[in-house]
Design a protein around this ligand. Structure first.
Ligand code: SF4
Ligand code: ZN
Length: 284
């Protein structure tokens, strides 16, 4: 693997899809894994060399047994990258993920995913971030695409874009600079630059939640995605072109229709949002 080609591809993605604009304040959702860690370093390098933007890391401590150790690694990553770090612990919000998962009989990853999505959006807005960057890579999007088609959730596929623009102040614009690179390339980038990163979360290993990378359905889709004879990058580019052309107005209308939670005022399609319902469960 050639690191310069890898970087070039990420920087071209940033440029082509206008992922970073002058004076942006970009929150990078940093789990400490290879993908989000690579995102942080690449955005920092791009901002230093090409456009004046502030890069800030954001980490959610999930309050699992090993979460404090993860937080230490995340701090070390930010020290090396020379970026400020904001950490939120789910216990500050009265959340106990394992307890909720037990009471609700919901997979840990399903509860965890909802909480992370909610906090990433909320905390980024509270800190006046103009964009939220995540480390989703090419295989994440391909997996997402096929899983949604196979489970009849196809409208989520309209969100497969390098930049998911926010049309209202309910959301922050999301950017995905690694959309055309593979996970092993992110790993190699971290290793070659001697950047520490964490490996897989133990809860994912036995997870069969449909939205989890370890579920039986996801593993089967991965077999297809791993077929190198198919030009997956081109496939994704077609999906993006299609989404940009036909679904931008649809996404705008959908966002405008979303209401606000009566408790926290965050976006929700119901009176009480999913996050606040979990907080109520956690306090039972
Ligand atoms: Fe959360 Fe599951 Fe990811 Fe672990 S693997 S961080 S529990 S979503
Ligand atoms: Zn709420």
């Amino acid at each position: 693997m050639n690191v310069e080609n890898y970087k070039k591809k990420v920087f071209e993605t940033i440029e082509k899809y206008d992922l970073i604009e002058k004076n942006d304040k970009i929150f990078v959702a940093l789990s400490g894994g290879k993908d989000s860690t690579a995102t942080l370093f690449l955005l920092k390098e791009y901002a230093e060399n090409y456009v004046n933007a502030e890069i800030v890391a954001f980490h959610i401590n999930l309050n699992f047994k090993y979460s404090d150790t993860i937080e230490e690694v995340v701090k070390e990553i930010c020290r090396i990258a020379k970026v400020d770090l904001i950490v939120k612990n789910v216990k500050e919000y009265g959340i106990d993920i394992l307890k909720i998962s037990k009471i609700k009989k919901r997979p840990v990853c399903s509860v965890c995913g909802l909480i992370k999505r909610y906090l990433m959006n909320k905390v980024a807005k509270e800190n006046r971030a103009t964009k939220l960057a995540t480390g989703h890579h090419m295989y994440d999007f391909l997996l997402f695409y096929f899983r949604n088609i196979l489970t009849n959730n196809f409208e989520w596929n309209f969100k497969i874009l390098p930049k998911l623009k926010a049309y209202t102040d309910k959301f922050v614009t999301k950017i995905r600079p690694l959309i055309f690179v593979k996970p092993e390339e992110n790993k190699y980038f971290c290793e070659i630059n001697k950047i520490p990163f964490l490996t897989i979360c133990p809860y994912s290993i036995s997870c069969d939640y449909i939205g989890c990378h370890a579920s039986k359905l996801s593993v089967s889709i991965y077999e297809l995605i791993r077929n190198e004879k198919i030009d997956w990058e081109n496939f994704l580019k077609s999906v993006i072109t299609f989404n940009k052309k036909y679904f931008s107005t649809y996404l705008k209308e959908q966002e405008e229709k979303i209401g606000r939670c009566e408790i926290c005022n965050e976006p929700s399609n119901q009176k009480i949002c999913g996050f606040c319902k979990l907080v109520l469960t956690s306090n039972k």
